[in-house]
Design a protein around this ligand. Sequence first.
Ligand SMILES: C[S@@+](CC[C@H](N)C(=O)[O-])C[C@H]1O[C@@H](n2cnc3c(N)ncnc32)[C@H](O)[C@@H]1O
Length: 278
Amino acid sequence: MHFTRGKSAFHRNAAMILRFGKYGLAAPVLNALVRHTPLLDGDGQGAPPRAINYSADGQFIIQGDLLVGDISRRTPLDPGLRILDIGCGIGRLATALHRHRPGVIYTGFDVVRYGIEWCRKRLRDAPDFRFDHVDVRNRFYNPLGRINAESFHFPYDDNSFDLAVAISVFTHLLEDDTRRYFAEGIRTLRPGGRAYFTTFLPPDTIPQAAHFEFRHRIGAAMVERLEEPEMAVGYPLEFWEGLAAEHGARIAFLDRGSWTGQAGLPDYQDVLIFEKLR
Ligand SMILES: C[S@@+](CC[C@H](N)C(=O)[O-])C[C@H]1O[C@@H](n2cnc3c(N)ncnc32)[C@H](O)[C@@H]1O
């Protein structure tokens, strides 16, 4: 997650241009390097090299371990559990699951091809871990993608997963895309299955210590920067409650995150755990 609060306009715009280079223009080169050479395989400790680790600010292994702990506090990760990881990135959760819960049956998909290529290579000996690339457009992560997120059909059957996870993904999706991804996430869950989705739930008054201000609105989405809205997106809790009701789900747990500056909380983003009712 990229904080902008307190950073200059110059810094923010330079970062935006660099991101377009990395996820747009340079992506084909990075894909080929990951796929066909060992240059970006990483240090052998299980993490991708820093240059292509776009998920965890360098703390890939530790954060992956924490994620497995956080999820299993709310939902047992038993052998045979079928997990869909929406926006799986460069395998922060997948590699941690493989370390700690190798018996789960995991599918992850993402719009950044080199992340998917890296995961496939890293877990090539794990047949129950599958990774799919989808060329869905996201102005932040896949600016040249060809498919609209708001009409994207997840390439999986109805009721085919026990647990759907989206970590730091809805925090990059505007309203129409979020509505679609939520509907698709619930569609592919079996009745009684759970969805572990992280989000930002901006309080009515955002504390001074918070990392984001969310002063702008685009529909129901609360965004940090109008120039680059998908950089950080939040939604009011009522929005999620409405979506859950619309799709036959309910919120089973809400865990607040520390992004507002509150100390002592295990998660950074707010976590909503949904249960599919029927
Ligand atoms: C902050 S990263 C988090 C990655 C991963 N979930 C993790 O926790 O390490 C956000 C991820 O969302 C993915 N993403 C953005 N838009 C997406 C979309 N429309 N469909 C699937 N993934 C998307 C990005 O490519 C990126 O990998």
